[in-house]
Design a protein around this ligand. Sequence first.
Ligand SMILES: [Zn+2]
Length: 123
Amino acid sequence: MGLYDLHQTNQIRKTRAMVNSASDDMLAAKRQTNYELDGVDQRIERLTLICEAMWQLVCETTGLTDEHLAYKLDQLDVSDGRRDMKRQKTSTPCSCGAMVPAKSLLCQFCGAEPPPRSVFDTI
Ligand SMILES: [Zn+2]
């Protein structure tokens, strides 16, 4: 085995080690992502259960029905211009004239707090 072959073998070994290390990092990231998604699934299931319990209490105490809920859901759904079972969060105008994205806490142009908006727009 010549000096060049020895060098090549060493380079291949280093490259394999780097690939294995990157693969291990990817597996660890995948495990972490799956762990986080499991937490999100559990939170969604819990929120669904809480919403259902609250709705049943509302029905029992007010006389509202599932039809009332379906009507209101449809109203909210189409309020953003699209019937897609989502409500797009809307931007709000700042006193400087810029539009502040719904999730922004401050105006990106002047730094002022945007006018009050629905708590659901801040989620
Ligand atoms: Zn502003």
